[in-house]
Design a protein around this ligand. Structure first.
Ligand SMILES: [Zn+2]
Length: 165
């Protein structure tokens, strides 16, 4: 028997919807809406990057601030401090190694932190991601003819367009 009241049920549904606002989904949806195509969770590459744009030579990690130990505001739980310290230090070390490997393989690597996708700073972060992709594209292809200009409000941001096929 379904014992949920309609209020409980809508609470339940909103929880499901909020799962769609996970940090990497924010980035993926935005990239998709801007016309970028990507692979997700690319297991063949070191560290399984969350988003890979092959033509741009770009790998993006969207990191949770706690598990990946975002330095600027890391706060450990008050119990088992040593355990958490070790665990997070290990995660960070592994992240660094994976990113170094990717760079050696010729990829441009970007880390986006969960806290950088909170509404007040989200737009700036997404613009930063696009600028990273443009730089990465140019570093890889180095062809000025492929650069178009897109304007955001008053500001003109150069954008690397993918070649037409
Ligand atoms: Zn953070």
């Amino acid at each position: 028997m379904d014992k949920l009241t309609s209020q409980q049920r809508s609470k339940c549904m909103s929880r499901i919807r909020s799962a769609d606002t996970k940090p990497e989904l924010i980035v993926r949806r935005w990239l998709w809406s801007r016309g970028y195509r990507y692979r997700k969770n690319c297991r063949r590459l070191p560290g399984t990057p969350d988003i890979v744009l092959r033509r741009y030579g770009a790998a993006i990690f969207v990191h949770g601030c706690f598990w990946h130990g975002h330095e600027s505001h890391l706060r450990l739980p008050k119990t088992n401090v040593e355990f958490w310290e070790k665990k997070i230090a290990r995660n960070r070390e592994r992240d660094e190694q994976n990113k170094a490997k990717l760079r050696e393989m010729g990829w441009s690597v970007l880390t986006v932190w969960e806290c950088q996708l909170r509404p007040p700073v989200r737009h700036a972060t997404l613009m930063e991601i696009e600028s990273f992709l443009n730089r990465s594209f140019l570093a890889r292809h180095g062809d000025v003819k492929k650069v178009r200009s897109y304007s955001y409000g008053e500001e003109v941001v150069p954008m690397a367009a993918e070649p037409e096929e």
